[in-house]
Design a protein. Structure first.
Ligand SMILES: NC(=O)C1=CN([C@@H]2O[C@H](COP(=O)(O)OP(=O)(O)OC[C@H]3O[C@@H](n4cnc5c(N)ncnc54)[C@H](O)[C@@H]3O)[C@@H](O)[C@H]2O)C=CC1
Ligand SMILES: O=C(O)[C@H]1O[C@H](OP(=O)(O)OP(=O)(O)OC[C@H]2O[C@@H](n3ccc(=O)[nH]c3=O)[C@H](O)[C@@H]2O)[C@H](O)[C@@H](O)[C@@H]1O
Length: 430
């Protein structure tokens, strides 16, 4: 994880008391009673299941290390997000390297924290989930892990299930969360075409206690290292289980997200008189959400790529993402046909006012709080005219911006007083 408010304090309090960092893996494994495997499980980029299945090579690497180095019994905890029945593969590796007197129990204990609120989520999780075998030994292992959490979490909030339910629940939780975003984003297109306001719709729908208000914020699309990866993994599993209808159902959540990112990007081009060639556009925010410097699967990449492919020049500002990261993402072989072209067309700024000066349009890609309190009168004066703002996160005061003179477009709301377009559907002809 790249950034975590509150983590420094926790580390300062605990370091060298009950928290020790070491690269001596052998000793660490030998001394541990419980071992958490928390390594990355990215989408496979090669071979069978490429682009969809979870790559378990790092998890397998850990299992082999544990098998090699253990001299007494271990409880191995799957903390990484894994496909259903991954625990079986881990157990297979551990058992194949059996040593006398060494017994392994595998538990699934998926992580539900979100980036930016990780420490908060750790202290006050909605639930802790522990899955294990329904044998006396399995139950004893679950109790041991439970005991760790009970130091700060009431036992009633610790849910115990069988291993496969626990593994699947993690994928299911992410799929449900992403599905809500895709659902509201699909309705944002309907709102723009009809005059309904997606925020009002989300509020009205979310007040139904059976639905609830969270995760109904329409946006340029969801990003982050997990939603897409985990749903692709779920789809892959369903296909492997010969459940094509179920696979297609969840695939649609990803497809809708792609549609939303593309729709927003195309809207920018349409509004800027159908051509952005040689126009300079400022991108405010590059992280996949606020309070993190993480750019994995950030929708900003799609927006930037689309504009760059159309010949635009970009000024990019993000308060937390390192310039090398932004350039690396945009020149990645999967994104850029010509990295040299991208390097010439993109400038990265450390000040938002410098980033927007002289540009034709501002595109908000991340909901950083600081973007709401910028001096937009000053910004307007410094921009090319007509000056456009595309608010992909619905965080700005649109009427106020229109009073200043901006042409404003956002997600899920048809804003009046735009020069040439009334809705995302109408393409101005020059
Ligand atoms: N990032 C998040 O907010 C959440 C992540 N998860 C899951 O947690 C897992 C880890 O995610 P991230 O922390 O984001 O990944 P990450 O890629 O940021 O970190 C994983 C780390 O594991 C290290 N690693 C790989 N193999 C290793 C080995 N054999 N020994 C020691 N270290 C090794 C990598 O070098 C890397 O530093 C994934 O399965 C993810 O789906 C679950 C909930 C939230
Ligand atoms: O498995 C994981 O890695 C984690 O994935 C998500 O956490 P995270 O990706 O850190 O961030 P979220 O807050 O869920 O946001 C994901 C994306 O959805 C977008 N989003 C979120 C909520 C919303 O209403 N609308 C919306 O567009 C965010 O801007 C962001 O791009 C889940 O929320 C965590 O519970 C889970 O543990």
């Amino acid at each position: 994880m790249l950034s975590m408010p509150g983590l420094d304090e926790v580390v300062k309090q605990c370091r060298n008391k009950n928290l020790f960092f070491s690269t001596d893996i052998e000793t660490a494994i030998r001394e541990a009673e419980l071992i958490f495997i928390s390594v990355n499980t990215p989408t496979k980029t090669y071979g069978n299941g490429r682009g969809r299945a979870a790559d378990l090579k790092y998890v397998e690497g850990c299992a082999r290390m544990i098998a090699d180095m253990s001299q007494n019994s271990k409880i191995v905890v799957e903390k990484s997000t894994v496909p259903v029945r991954a625990a079986e593969s881990i157990m297979h590796i551990l058992k194949a390297n059996h040593k006398p007197g060494v017994r392994y129990d595998i538990l699934s204990n998926p992580e539900f924290l979100a980036e930016g609120t990780a420490v908060e989520d750790l202290f006050q999780p909605d639930r802790v989930l522990i899955g294990g075998e329904e044998t006396p030994e399995g139950k004893a292992a679950i109790e041991k892990l439970c005991w760790v959490y009970e130091h700060w979490i009431p036992k009633k909030n610790i849910l115990m299930t069988n291993t496969w339910s626990s593994e699947l629940s993690k994928l299911a939780a992410n799929a449900f969360l992403a599905q809500r975003i895709s659902s509201i984003n699909s309705l944002s297109a309907v709102c723009e075409a009809t005059g309904a306001d997606v925020s009002e719709v989300a509020r009205a729908v979310g007040l139904d206690s059976r639905i609830g208000p969270k995760f109904l914020q329409a946006s340029v699309g969801f990003g982050g290292s997990c939603f897409q990866k985990d749903i692709l993994n779920l789809v892959y599993i369903c296909e492997g289980l010969n459940l094509p209808e179920v696979a297609a159902y969840w695939q649609q959540v990803i497809d809708m997200n792609e549609y939303q990112k593309t729709r927003f990007s195309q809207k920018i081009i349409e509004c800027l008189f159908n051509t952005v060639t040689d126009k300079r556009i400022s991108i405010l925010g590059f992280a996949f959400k606020k309070n993190t410097g993480d750019t994995r699967e950030t929708p900003a990449i799609t927006v930037c790529k689309t504009l760059l492919d159309e010949g635009a020049q970009l000024n990019i500002y993000d308060p937390k993402v390192e310039p090398e990261q932004i350039m690396g993402d945009l020149t990645h072989p999967k994104i850029a046909e010509s990295p040299e072209h991208v390097k010439k067309a993109v400038q990265i700024f450390s000040d938002p006012y410098d980033a927007v000066r002289g540009t034709h349009a501002i595109v908000i890609c991340t909901e950083w709080d600081e973007f709401t309190s910028l001096n937009y009168e000053r910004i307007y004066q410094s921009m090319m005219k007509p000056a456009y703002i595309f608010d992909g996160r619905k965080i700005l005061q649109h009427e106020r911006l229109q009073q200043i003179g901006f042409h404003v477009q956002t997600i899920g709301k048809k804003l009046n007083r735009n020069l040439l377009t009334r809705s995302w559907g109408s393409i101005p002809q020059l």
